[in-house]
Design a protein around this ligand. Structure first.
Ligand SMILES: [Fe+2]
Length: 362
C-alpha cells in the first residue's frame, strides 16, 4: 500500500499568512473572476493574477487550459498559486504541465504518464470551496474536444503546498457550500467503502464523514466553527479519496451529470442514499459509518439530510436513455473499486428507483 499527499499542508483560519516561506521569486496567481472578488484581500502577496473562464455546469476544457498555459508562459513564474474550487485548481494543474512541457500532446496527458514537473515552477493550491479535494489530490478533470470528462492523473500533480484556511470559504453562496459539502461527504463515504483498504486514506475518510455530516447543516447557517470543520473535513476527504479511491457514486455521477447537465455536487448528493443502499449488504463498512454517526440506517439518514437541506431525491431519467446509462455506469473504471460487483441490470434497477425517487432495496 502507498499513501501520497502534498509535502506541506497549512490549515486553520489565517494560516495563509505563512505562505511566503514557500514562494519562489516570481509568482502568478490563477483564479476565477468571481472567487477573486471574494478572496483577494486575504492573500498577502502581490503577483500577476490570471483568470480561468468559468462555465456554468461544465468543467473547463482543453482550450481553457491551453489559453491559461500561454498566459502563464508570458510571466515565466517559478511559483503557480491556484486559488479556487476544483475547476480552477484542475485547469491550473493541466496548464502547469503544458507550461513545463509545451510540446506535450493531449493523448500523452490522458495516458497517466506525465513527465516530471517542477523544472520551471512549484505549485500551491488554496481551496475556496469545501468539496473538491483537488488541493491534495493527484488528479485533474478536464473536458476533451468532444466535451467528455477526462482525468489527467499523476503523482506529479499533487501540489507542493495545499492551504485549507476557512476564511477563504466564507464568501461561498449557499448553493456552492451545500453541493461542494455534499460532494466531499460522498467522496469520503465512497473512499471508505471502496474495495481499496488503504488504512491511512480510510482513517482520514472516516473522520471526514463525521466532520461533514455533523457540521454541514450548521455551516450553511454560517456558524464559524462549523464552516471550519466542514472545510477540514473536505481536506481529509480529499486525502482519503485520492488514496482509497471512489466507486459507484462518482461512476454514476459522471454519466448522469454529463447526460442531463446536472452539476457535479448536486448529482452526487442525490445519488448518495441510493449508492449506500446498493452496497450496504456487500461491505461491513456501511454499518461502521452508521455506528460512528449514531444512526441505524445510513442511507435513510442521508436521505433525511438531503430532505432537510433541500436536495431533490429523483432524477428525471428518460426511458430511451436508461439502457445506455446502465451500460456506461456498469463499465465505468471506478466500478472496479465498488464493494458490490454490479451488472448492467443491477445498475438499471438503481436508476429506475432513482427516477421514481424511491429508496428501496436495490
Ligand atoms: Fe466529487
Amino acid at each position: 500500500m502507498h499513501f501520497s499527499t502534498p509535502r506541506n499542508i497549512m490549515f486553520g483560519r489565517g494560516s495563509v499568512k505563512n505562505i511566503e516561506r514557500y514562494l519562489g521569486k516570481k509568482c502568478v496567481i490563477v483564479t476565477g473572476k468571481h472567487t477573486w472578488e471574494n478572496v483577494k484581500d486575504l492573500i498577502p502577496i502581490d503577483a500577476p493574477v490570471l483568470f480561468v473562464t468559468r462555465h456554468k455546469w461544465k468543467e473547463p476544457s482543453q482550450k481553457d487550459a491551453e489559453v491559461l498555459a500561454e498566459n502563464i508562459r508570458e510571466h515565466s513564474p517559478d511559483t503557480i498559486i491556484a486559488v479556487g474550487g476544483g475547476s480552477v485548481i484542475d485547469t491550473a494543474k493541466v496548464a502547469w504541465i503544458i507550461y513545463e512541457n509545451p510540446e506535450i500532446s493531449w493523448n500523452a496527458l490522458y495516458s497517466y504518464n506525465i513527465p516530471e514537473l517542477r523544472k520551471k515552477a512549484r505549485f500551491i493550491a488554496i481551496e475556496t470551496t469545501s468539496g473538491t479535494g483537488s488541493g491534495v489530490s493527484a488528479a485533474a478533470i478536464i473536458l476533451d474536444e468532444e466535451g467528455k470528462k477526462r482525468g489527467v492523473v499523476s503523482g506529479e500533480l499533487i501540489p507542493d503546498l495545499a492551504i485549507y484556511d476557512a476564511n477563504f470559504v466564507e464568501g461561498m453562496p449557499r448553493d456552492v457550500a451545500l453541493y461542494s459539502g455534499m460532494d466531499a461527504l460522498s467522496q469520503a463515504i465512497e473512499a471508505y467503502i471502496s474495495t481499496v483498504d488503504n488504512i491511512i486514506g480510510d482513517t482520514l475518510a472516516l473522520k471526514a464523514i463525521e466532520l461533514i455530516y455533523k457540521n454541514l447543516p450548521k455551516a450553511l447557517e454560517k456558524e464559524d466553527r462549523a464552516i471550519e470543520n466542514v472545510h477540514h473535513g473536505n481536506m481529509l476527504a480529499g486525502m482519503g479519496f485520492a488514496n482509497s479511491r471512489l466507486c459507484l457514486g462518482h461512476a454514476a455521477a459522471h454519466s448522469l451529470g454529463g447526460e442531463y447537465k446536472i452539476e457535479h455536487g448536486k448529482i452526487v448528493a442525490i445519488l448518495l442514499p441510493y449508492i449506500i443502499r446498493a452496497n450496504e449488504k456487500h461491505t461491513p463498512k456501511v454499518k461502521e459509518i452508521a455506528k460512528l454517526l449514531g444512526v441505524k440506517d445510513l442511507a435513510r439518514a442521508i436521505w433525511k439530510m438531503n430532505d432537510e437541506l433541500g436536495i431533490p431525491h429523483a432524477v428525471d431519467i428518460k426511458d430511451e436513455d436508461i439502457e445506455m446509462l446502465g451500460e456506461e455506469i456498469a463499465n465505468d473504471r471506478l466500478m472496479k473499486y465498488n464493494p458490490r460487483k454490479m451488472s448492467k441490470e443491477d445498475v438499471i434497477k438503481m436508476l429506475r428507483l432513482l427516477r421514481e425517487g424511491v429508496l428501496d432495496e436495490i
